[in-house]
Design a protein around this ligand. Structure first.
Ligand code: CUA
Length: 178
């Protein structure tokens, strides 16, 4: 027990058990394998997104998103009249998370590349794009930028996957790909 001094005063000369050396070696090798798999999967396996993050205030982000929505709104939909926004191919597109919605709805063209910006106006939300397996934590005061090239036309759902209060389960959004 560690609260008593070791019986053997020169305990550090005691040879380490063979099995312990073996397990430590296995653990070390496995840790190294996993470590080098991270960049490997990033480059070859579509494992992680190459995202960027920038500091931005909630007000400044809201302003950029609203400006884009006003410029490229094509229609409104649903009971809430949420705008559907179709920004030009290749442009910067903005979506914001707040209690409790993803705003606005985006309409993108298949095969075109966009810089998708994401931020929160209040607190942490999770951007989970379905049926694709894309998950991004979205924080206030930080703008995440993901370069995306949607391949398949269709309707993509966004759900919030970070618990954000009473309306968390209603926090959904949408992206159309034409
Ligand atoms: Cu936003 Cu949960």
């Amino acid at each position: 027990m560690a609260i008593f001094p070791p019986k053997e005063r020169i305990w550090w000369n005691t040879p380490v058990e063979k099995t312990e050396v073996m397990w430590v070696t296995i653990a070390l090798i496995w840790a190294l394998v996993m470590f080098f798999m991270m960049p490997y999967w990033h480059l070859t396996g579509d494992q992680n997104l190459s995202n960027e993050a920038y500091k931005i205030s909630a007000d400044a982000y809201a302003e950029k998103t609203e400006k884009m929505a006003a410029l490229y709104k094509v229609r409104e939909e649903g009971d809430t009249g949420i705008p559907v926004v179709a920004p030009p191919a290749g442009s910067d597109v903005y979506m914001l998370g707040r209690l409790w919605e993803w705003w606005p709805v985006l309409e993108l063209e298949a095969g075109k590349t966009y810089r998708l910006h994401l931020s929160s106006l209040d607190w942490q939300h999770g951007f989970s794009l379905l049926p694709e397996n894309i998950n991004i934590q979205v924080h206030p005061d930080y703008e995440m930028v993901v370069t995306v090239t949607p391949k398949n036309p269709g309707e993509y759902g966004i759900v919030c996957n970070e618990f954000c209060g009473a309306g968390h389960h209603t926090m959904v959004g949408k992206i159309y790909v034409k």
